[in-house]
Design a binder for this molecule. Structure first.
Ligand code: ARG
Length: 462
């Protein structure tokens, strides 16, 4: 295909160099944003008297036809084109003749691509936000079903204190809620229009950038045309937010993988989200969770790739920047796929409450509560802590647990011990007694569920 910029050259581009230079294989997915941007640009040109009303009508008509035909599959994107911008413009000229050649007045591909990526990411963030809300809703419902499920809470992956499964799940709901907000914050910062920056220095035409910005749903224009075409920090910010989503998903995945092992058996994943082994008949593998954990590395890699591409890059546009798209697209695709699979996997996951309960039972998970018991009877916390430590040592030596030591034995350690201690250190009491805000106590967990439900309601999820 003849290059639009061919005028200055006496020789065609080498075939391999042409392929190397081309971005159509990956940027064709922005066709809709590209056409939308062009429609508004043409409208502005016409409003400003830079092109005539008739020329505008012609261009608009041509662009609508192209959009419709790409969407219906009638017009395949030509993979010989250099990029999506060139393809649309060439197709327009093919359809409407010379008027098509007027579209690119007061514009450059540099501001055009900067615009397209923003429009594209705004759409994708809307979708990713929706998927995050769905996942948060699933977690909230799971938590609601498991308010009574007592399990060990861990630090250092050692049993620490009893919590409810609901409380544990809600921690993730809070993280994903912040992820949702983080993405929206980045979108707010991204939502300024670069179009009209042109190649880098602006233009001699009397354009109306504010009009274009408003029409395209931006909150304003980018105030510096060099920044308008050079900046990709919005991509980095969003990818960092996506990487954080993946980090949260991978922690959750890791726990689901552990919980569904025979050693834990806290949950059972639904058959539809597990796979078998080609050799071991007993296996039920948590592949989806493992893949999500694995794909986290990809998204981190995408972020690193873009940071590295932009490092030390002089202003303004450089072709290096064409590399931004594959990284962003891969990150977007990966996050979307992972969120879509994760929500139903969690929704169909069964909590094995009895196993959780017994895992919490035969350890020393109530040791803190026994120390608190002594504190309430007047002993300073540090002394009580030491006292209970000695008792745990006694249990370990004698193969018993705090719940089974007879009262007479307790009395040898401290006169403050009484019959009520057994109730005080039962798992149910340990949980119920936790009255501080945000704690595992029943009232606090209900408050957390309400908090998440209110957030979801505000976002239109009921
Ligand atoms: N395909 C290019 C990209 O993705 C479009 C911008 C080209 N601009 C240029 N001056 N060659 O970055």
């Amino acid at each position: 295909m003849d290059k639009m910029w061919a005028g200055r050259f006496s020789k065609a581009l080498d075939k391999e160099a042409d392929d190397f230079n081309s971005s159509i294989h990956f940027d064709s997915r922005m066709y809709k944003q590209d056409i939308t941007g062009s429609m508004v640009h043409a409208m502005m040109l016409s409003n400003q008297g830079i092109i005539t009303k008739a020329e505008y009508a012609d261009i608009l008509n041509g662009l609508s036809g192209i959009l419709k035909d790409i969407e219906s599959g009638k017009l395949p994107v030509d993979m010989e084109a250099e990029d999506i911008h060139m393809f649309v413009e060439a197709e327009l000229t093919k359809r409407i003749g010379d008027n098509g050649k007027k579209l690119h007045t007061a514009r450059s591909r540099n501001d055009q691509v900067a615009l397209d990526i923003r429009l594209y990411l705004r759409d994708e963030c809307e979708e990713i936000g929706g998927l995050l809300l769905k996942l948060i809703a699933v977690i909230k419902d799971k938590a609601n079903e498991n308010k009574d499920a007592i399990m060990p809470g861990y630090t250092h992956l050692q049993r620490a204190q009893p919590i409810t499964f609901a409380h544990h799940l809600l921690a993730y709901a809070m993280m994903f809620k912040r992820d949702f907000e983080r993405i929206n914050d980045a979108v707010k910062r991204m939502n300024f229009s670069p179009i009209g920056s042109c190649a880098l220095a602006g233009t001699t035409y009397n354009t109306d950038r504010a009009f274009e910005a408003e029409r395209l749903g931006f909150d304003g224009i980018m105030m510096n045309s060099i920044d308008g075409v050079s900046d990709r920090d919005f991509c980095i910010e969003l990818m960092s937010a996506y990487a954080t989503v993946m980090m949260h998903l991978s922690r959750f995945s890791e726990e689901i993988i552990l919980w569904s092992s025979w050693e834990f058996k806290f949950v059972e994943l639904d058959d539809s989200y597990t796979t078998g082994s080609s050799i071991m008949p007993q296996k039920k593998n948590p592949d989806m969770a493992e893949l999500v954990r694995g794909k986290t590395g990809r998204v981190y890699g995408d972020l690193m790739a873009l940071l590295t591409t932009l490092k030390g890059l002089p202003l303004a546009y450089n072709k290096d920047m064409q590399e931004d798209k594959e990284a962003i697209f891969d990150a977007v695709d990966t996050v979307k796929k992972c969120l879509s699979i994760f929500a139903p996997m969690v929704a169909t996951m069964k909590a094995l409450k009895d196993n959780m309960y017994s895992a919490a039972q035969r350890g020393f998970i109530n040791a803190t509560d026994l120390a608190d018991y002594l504190v309430k009877k007047g002993m300073p916390f540090r002394t009580a802590y030491k006292q209970v430590g000695t008792l745990v040592g006694y249990c370990v030596e004698n193969g018993t647990v705090l719940d089974d030591i007879p009262l007479e034995k307790y009395k040898e350690y401290s006169e403050l011990f009484d019959r009520d201690l057994y109730n005080e250190i039962s798992l149910e009491t340990c949980v119920a007694k936790r009255i501080s805000a945000g704690s595992t106590g029943y009232e606090s967990v209900n408050e957390q569920i309400d908090y998440i439900a209110r957030f979801l309601n505000e976002k239109g999820i009921h």
